[in-house]
Design a protein around this ligand. Structure first.
Ligand code: GLY
Length: 354
């Protein structure tokens, strides 16, 4: 099995590239596998042999949470912790989070607090979780109506990646993850951007070789950033390109109307536009970004959405940023910056995007 080791604040986080069987291999010390109902159903029907043989028959303990964002609440975390206590797991316990970003975030959070921190391996099954959520040490849950308000930095000792999982991923989920791949390309990988531009049909057909490349390159970009700044005191904020706008859109339209990735794609376009309004973004580069986003069919206008409501939602997001909304902008590819922007310019940008 091939792997890459990243040094995240002195702790090695290993990313292993394998297949589904490799992902489901249970280590000697019987772990608590946390998954959701959806992943459980898909795995037990599509990959029955691997699933039963490697997880069920080998005696791992299984804890299932409900599918979707609603699982990312204290109740699920408490359920995981309780299950750990019930089966008598000690400080040396191993938790495995098998699923999309909700499952990997909540499992890693539970592991980070179980007896002050036990071992955790993450097995992301969606593109979004492979290229973003599962790797990089952020764990969390939603609280008080806000996403990811409570959490820890606790890198998984291993993240197991099998692009094969993506075969059964619904189209909307796949496109949601692709927006984060586009973001990674813009942050630090010109060749990845070229792949997205030149090999659109293979990307959309989920060609295994191309998928492998998209996932590896996105992880490499994130790896370089989180190795330099695990706890987001500096450049890690670059990973939020498109997210200040995107989170506001998700909040205003009700989570689910726009997938996370669709909202981020719209947000990336807004960030380009904001950069142009401020005179910092190269216009030719912004056009190139818009072309890619269009090529992948993202909605770049949030028709019917109230710009003032988006602005309000951004202010709420301030809670996470000690009072000032700071925007991730780009001069051009791989030239990223973070800065506050005067309210009237933000409003103009929002009006143009609705
Ligand atoms: N998803 C953004 C980050 O990991 O920092």
């Amino acid at each position: 099995m091939e792997h890459l080791d990243f040094n995240l604040a002195g702790k090695t986080s290993r990313v292993v590239f394998t297949d589904i069987a490799g992902c489901l291999e249970v280590p000697e010390d019987l772990p608590l596998v946390v998954t959701d109902q959806n992943v459980y159903d898909v795995l037990s029907s599509s990959f029955d042999q691997a699933y039963r043989g490697l997880v069920v028959n080998r005696g791992a303990y299984l804890y299932r949470v409900a599918s979707g964002e609603k699982a990312k609440e204290w109740q699920s975390i408490a359920g995981v912790l309780q299950r750990g206590f019930d089966i008598g797991l000690g400080r040396d316990a191993l938790f495995i989070g098998l699923g999309g970003g909700v499952v990997t975030d909540l499992t890693a959070f539970a592991a980070s607090v179980y007896m002050r921190g036990c071992r955790v391996i993450l097995v992301p099954t969606t593109l979004l979780a492979m290229v973003d959520a599962a790797f990089g040490g952020k764990t969390g849950m939603n609280f008080g109506g806000y996403k990811n308000m409570v959490g820890t930095f606790y890198p998984a000792e291993e993240v197991r990646i099998a692009p094969e999982f993506l075969r059964t991923l619904p189209e909307s989920e796949y496109r949601s993850g692709l927006a984060e791949v586009i973001k990674s390309a813009l942050l630090d990988d010109p060749q990845l951007l070229e792949i997205l531009e030149d090999r659109h049909d293979q990307v959309m057909a989920r060609n295994p070789g191309v998928l492998d490349e998209l996932v590896r390159r996105s992880i490499a970009v994130k790896g370089r950033i989180v190795e330099a700044d695990l706890t987001e005191t500096g450049i890690r904020a670059y990973l939020n390109l498109g997210h200040t706008f995107g989170h506001a859109l998700e909040a205003v339209t009700g989570f689910g109307t726009w997938t996370h990735g669709e909202a981020v794609a719209w947000g990336i376009q807004r960030a380009m536009r904001l950069g142009i309004l401020l005179g910092v973004t190269d216009e030719q580069y912004a056009r190139r970004v818009e072309d890619v986003l269009n090529r992948y069919g993202y909605r770049l206008a949030a028709r019917g959405v109230d710009p003032a409501a988006l602005f309000e939602a951004m202010k709420q997001d301030k809670k996470k940023q000690s009072g000032t909304v700071r925007f991730v902008l780009q001069r051009r590819l791989a030239k990223t910056m973070v800065q506050p922007v005067p309210d009237p310019v933000v409003m103009q940008c929002l009006r143009e995007g609705c």
